[in-house]
Write a protein that binds this ligand. Structure first.
Ligand SMILES: C[S@@+](CC[C@H](N)C(=O)[O-])C[C@H]1O[C@@H](n2cnc3c(N)ncnc32)[C@H](O)[C@@H]1O
Length: 220
């Protein structure tokens, strides 16, 4: 007669203790991960920023600048009714102006040559608008040289530019369409240099260190 092996004692089903233990572990890991993701922008931004020799336009000046733009957009009926105005900050730094432009309802782009500042800007954007929201879609940062951009794609240009850049940016500025607004903080368009003379940009408003220009209809 075939030998009967004693049947193996059945494994205990996973006990409540094991299930609960792994649930607690997963829950804790999830909590730590989401907490880290949420807190990273707050912790990293000041740390990165403190290490950069970088100047930004004060918030109050930016607000004044956007008011100047709004007044002159209305006057010149530049604002298309169905489309958002396209705004670019040339040398966007840590992204303040681009984020404010998005909050004001523009389709906003910040171009910046320093990749660390782009990381800071992206973190701020995430903190401000979250992910995959309509505002986050209207706010873009690009790590590139501002001289390589096609300026005809924008209705409003903003720049806290340094003098040497303003002196070489002329050929790009002239490619803008008539009525395009150019807001400069701190520095004005240099008078010397035929390419960005009064023929191409007329000053329409000034407030303190902010100067707003409008592109004339003069062709290149
Ligand atoms: C004075 S900060 C202004 C920052 C910001 N627009 C604001 O007003 O707060 C000028 C910025 O331009 C950037 N910049 C300088 N040359 C550039 C270039 N060729 N292309 C893109 N960004 C440039 C610098 O890295 C710096 O962050």
């Amino acid at each position: 007669m075939a030998e009967q092996f004693p049947s193996k004692p059945s494994q205990p089903h996973s006990t409540l203790g094991v299930d609960l233990g792994s649930k607690i572990a997963y829950g804790f890991a999830g909590f730590v991960l989401s907490g880290t993701l949420l807190l990273t922008p707050f912790a990293v931004t000041p740390f990165l920023r403190a290490r950069l020799p970088y100047q930004h336009t004060p918030r109050e000046k930016l607000k004044d600048g956007f008011e100047m733009i709004a007044r002159n957009c209305d006057k010149r009926s530049l604002m298309a009714l169905t489309q958002k105005l396209r705004f670019v900050d040339l040398g966007s730094g840590a992204g303040e102006a681009t984020i404010m432009a998005t909050q004001k309802g523009y389709q906003a782009l910040g171009v910046e040559i320093n990749p660390t500042l782009i990381i800071i800007s992206e973190l701020k954007k995430m903190r401000q608008f979250g992910l995959f929201t309509s505002s986050s879609m209207n706010c873009e940062f690009r790590s590139t040289n501002l001289l390589s951009l096609d300026y005809s794609k924008f209705d409003v240009l903003f720049m806290f530019g340094v003098k040497p850049l303003l002196q070489v940016i002329g050929p790009q500025l002239i490619k803008t369409d008539p009525n395009t607004l150019l807001l400069l903080y701190r520095f004005k368009l240099p008078r010397e240099g035929r390419l960005i003379s009064d023929e191409f940009f007329e000053e329409v408003e000034r407030k303190g260190e902010l100067t707003l220009y409008s592109r004339t209809s003069k062709m290149e």
